[in-house]
Design a protein around this ligand. Structure first.
Ligand code: ASP
Length: 312
């Protein structure tokens, strides 16, 4: 182990299938997909690439996999459309790019990265964001390409539940999801990326925490890189990414305490979800207050791990 051993972690969302509804086959598919998506970023880090390139590659792989709520497999709004959000952030300079409400780029994370690299802005939304994507040399797809039967069923079930006024059964898989990655590269730099379809049956125009810098996405080499997943409104109001940064920076807390406490506090006020975080020393913290969080990580020991529930 050296001081600059690369470290990477990713999540495929806190909207995990309840253990009672999981089958061994589905569970194996998730573990396999999580490991493959982690490897996409890990390979870049091992070749001396940047944390930014690594988190971008892992998130692109997650976006292409319909198991996860980002890119292909994104959830639907109440009017049965996809509105995707994404963000990237670099820990060395705090450069960041974010985009919201888009449906077109195969990889929303690349649209966020293009905002960072091709404009003087941080965050694009609305019609301007769509036009930007069309002109930013991104691979574009038809709306149907992103749609899956499973997400359509989830929308219909949620709309029916609301129509009947039935209480929520607490199954996070029906509503939640998001993907993200955080990494520390051999040069000592951190980066974070997050991409999501948002929440099933969200109001058109609703923006979650994922593209909000300081909420669902954050990176600063002095503290940590963070990507969150969960009930976005709570993560925005608690400024989760920046809150963890502040506790580390000003209160001298370590990553483990700062990140775990924030996620526990969110759980206490109804903000279900979790996050992945890595600090400049290569410590990894993956706390969640939901039944599970799809996740994978490789620390300074170089071993790839995947998990869905508390201990497996
Ligand atoms: N945080 C995402 C949002 O609120 C959804 C999720 O991660 O489940 O849009």
């Amino acid at each position: 182990m050296t001081a600059n051993s690369p470290v990477i972690a990713l999540h495929g969302g806190a909207g995990t299938i309840l253990k009672s509804n999981m089958t061994p086959e589905k569970e194996a598919d998730f573990h396999q997909a999580l490991a493959a998506c982690l490897e996409a970023g890990l390979l870049i880090l091992r070749e001396g690439g940047s944390a930014l390139d690594a988190v971008t590659a892992s998130v692109m792989a997650l976006e292409d996999n319909p198991l996860f709520n980002a890119g292909r497999g994104a959830v639907f709004t109440t009017d049965a459309k996809h509105e995707m959000d994404a963000a990237v952030m670099k820990g060395d300079t705090r450069e960041s790019g974010a985009i919201s409400g888009i449906c077109g780029p195969r990889h929303p994370v690349l649209a966020a990265r293009a905002v960072m690299e091709q404009t003087e802005h941080v965050f694009l939304a609305g019609d301007g964001a769509k036009r930007f994507c069309e002109n930013a040399d991104l691979e574009m797809m038809e709306p149907e390409w992103f749609s899956t039967e499973q997400r359509l069923n989830a929308l219909n079930a949620e709309m029916e539940r609301r129509r009947l006024g039935v209480e929520d059964d607490g199954d996070p898989a029906r509503k939640h999801g998001t993907v993200g990655a955080v990494a520390l590269d051999q040069h000592g730099h951190l980066a974070a990326a997050t991409s999501t379809g948002g929440m099933t049956a969200k109001t058109p125009g609703r923006v979650g925490d994922s593209p909000v810098i300081g909420a669902g996405t954050w990176a600063d080499d002095k503290t940590a890189a963070i990507s969150a997943t969960g009930h976005g409104e709570f993560f925005i109001r608690w400024a989760v990414g920046h809150e963890i940064d502040a506790r580390m920076r000003w209160a001298g807390q370590d990553l483990q305490k700062a990140a775990t406490d924030v996620v526990t506090e969110l759980g206490e006020i109804g903000g279900s979800g979790g996050l992945i975080a890595v600090d400049a020393k290569g410590n990894i913290c993956l706390p969640f207050n939901s039944p599970g969080m799809y996740r994978a990580w490789c620390g300074t020991d170089g071993v790839i791990h995947t998990a869905i529930y508390k201990d497996s």
